[in-house]
Write a protein that binds this ligand. Structure first.
Ligand SMILES: [Zn+2]
Length: 235
């Protein structure tokens, strides 16, 4: 008897992980991507501590939503529990990317949400990119990676943000997580997040009191791409 075939899921996760060094989103092994299969309730994730040029589709680890390793010879990413919480709590999220990209980390370390300063940001989200609170001592002691996921979920609940409308978050003092409808989409959002953070940093450097983009321009840019009458791109 052959077990279920996870080849496609592993390939999707592998390809998305290889985008991290290509997009210069992390040094060494400072980033991970996973790809979720909602029907089977499992995801493929990067193995822990393995450099990108040593990865292969076969080295991806299959984990279920309770954290059990389903397939793979290596240990999954140390951030696996964070991915697991987000797949559980954010329906429709089928890919997650975590990096330590420089500008996104800078905003995380400054403990600042990123205001919508321009249309590049508004094209990808009509809201500030939220930054969480710092994690409590109790949460860190309990289960650090799982609680990182809980912290992200709590931040979205508290601020009434739908994860379908904002696919990026900054974890205070740590760095960015981004997601999407598949693993490639999650890496795309992680790249956009880094670029938006860089632009926002430069904006604040030029003008410390820079104002957010007026609401009517934010709406226009968000809706022409994502609204009911979206017309951006080839439809
Ligand atoms: Zn990290």
């Amino acid at each position: 008897m052959q077990g279920p075939d996870y080849r496609e899921l592993k390939e999707q996760a592998y390809e998305a992980n290889m985008e991290i060094p290509r997009q210069h989103l992390a040094l060494y092994t400072w980033g991970n991507v996973s790809a979720f299969d909602p029907e089977r309730g499992v995801f493929a994730i990067k193995p822990s501590g393995v450099e990108y040029d040593k990865l292969s589709p076969d080295s991806m680890v299959i984990v279920d939503l309770d954290g059990r390793k389903v397939e793979g010879s290596l240990n999954p990413s140390s951030d696996t529990a964070t991915h697991r919480v987000l797949y559980r709590e954010f329906p429709g999220v089928w890919g997650i990317c975590h990096t330590h990209s420089t500008f996104a980390v800078a905003w995380s370390q400054a403990h600042r949400s990123v205001p919508v300063f321009g249309t590049t940001h508004a094209d990808h989200g009509a809201l500030e990119i939220p930054c969480t609170e710092f994690m409590s001592e109790e949460a860190v002691k309990n289960n650090y990676e799982l609680e990182t996921g809980n912290l992200i979920v709590e931040t979205f609940r508290k601020e009434h943000i739908n994860p379908a409308d904002m696919s990026m978050v900054l974890v205070a003092g740590h760095g960015p997580f981004a997601w999407g409808e598949n693993a490639g989409d999650a890496v795309y959002h992680a790249s956009v997040l880094e670029e938006v953070c860089k632009m926002a940093y430069l904006t604040v450097s030029l003008d410390g009191g820079a104002a957010s983009l007026p609401e009517h321009i934010i709406r226009k840019h968000w809706e022409r791409k994502h609204g009911p009458n979206a017309y951006y791109g080839q439809r």
